[in-house]
Write a protein that binds this ligand. Structure first.
Ligand code: SF4
Length: 226
């Protein structure tokens, strides 16, 4: 596959006055897609980190993940040619293209993020998120579906789109599914719930699973820790 890099880190909005990581773009609150993975683990941790501004250190698994991620990115950049987005899309209609850290944003749904790796081929688009381990949790699936939605909404590509999860640092794709209408509706409902959390219209529900609390970075600061 031809490695092409697309750089767009410009966010055309302003910071939310009280909530970390939220931007306001064209009067729409816009949150990072990675929040959907956190939300599936325990949405109360989103509240502690971004609404209460509780700062805790990254755990060992996070630091390990960042190290592997950065190494992959470094290797990709050695061969990749930087191209504008429209050129990457048009090239991919006649030959297979691979890109990493591919920025997508949907202003209408209010989501944005960087796709770990994307394969753009004449027939389909495959959006890959790298994860530790090889078990596909709903939280991870939600995150990758949101990337698919943001890609589809912002680029308007009518090729088949698939989401995939891969064990970080390997070629092991352990989950892959077409981003179909059902997946689209599911993720749109979840995004609406997160937008309601941001607007103060829904309550943050803490997990009742003590195993999650034991592994949670916010355990010591959380009044709901099990
Ligand atoms: S300690 Fe438990 S309830 Fe509190 S944020 Fe962490 S996972 Fe959620």
């Amino acid at each position: 596959m031809k490695p092409l890099e697309f750089r767009d880190t410009e966010i055309r909005g302003r910071k939310h006055p009280t909530i970390d990581q939220v931007q306001i773009i064209n009067n729409q609150t816009n949150f990072p897609i990675s929040w959907l993975n956190t939300q599936g683990y325990c949405e109360y941790s989103l509240y502690l980190e971004n609404f209460q501004h509780i700062k805790v250190k990254a755990n060992k698994a996070m630091l390990r993940g960042t190290k592997v991620h950065n190494k992959l990115e470094e290797n990709f950049k050695k061969d990749a040619v930087v191209k504008p987005l429209d050129e990457i899309i048009s090239t991919s209609k006649t030959q297979e293209v691979l890109s990493r850290e591919f920025f997508v944003m949907s202003e209408s749904y209010g989501i944005r993020g960087y796709i770990d790796e994307i394969w753009l081929t004449p027939d389909s688009i495959v959006i890959i998120d790298d994860k530790p381990g090889s078990r596909a949790y709903y939280s991870m699936i939600h995150q990758v579906y949101a990337y698919c939605l943001a890609y589809k909404d912002s680029i308007g590509d009518d090729r088949k789109i698939e989401g995939a999860l891969r064990t970080r640092g390997t070629d092991n794709i352990f989950w892959r599914h077409e981003f179909d209408e059902k997946a689209g509706n599911e993720i749109i409902d979840l995004i609406e719930h997160v937008q309601n959390l941001i607007a103060g219209e829904d309550d943050f529900i803490p997990t009742t699973n003590p195993n999650k609390c034991r592994a949670c970075r916010f355990n010591n600061a959380c009044p709901n820790a099990q």
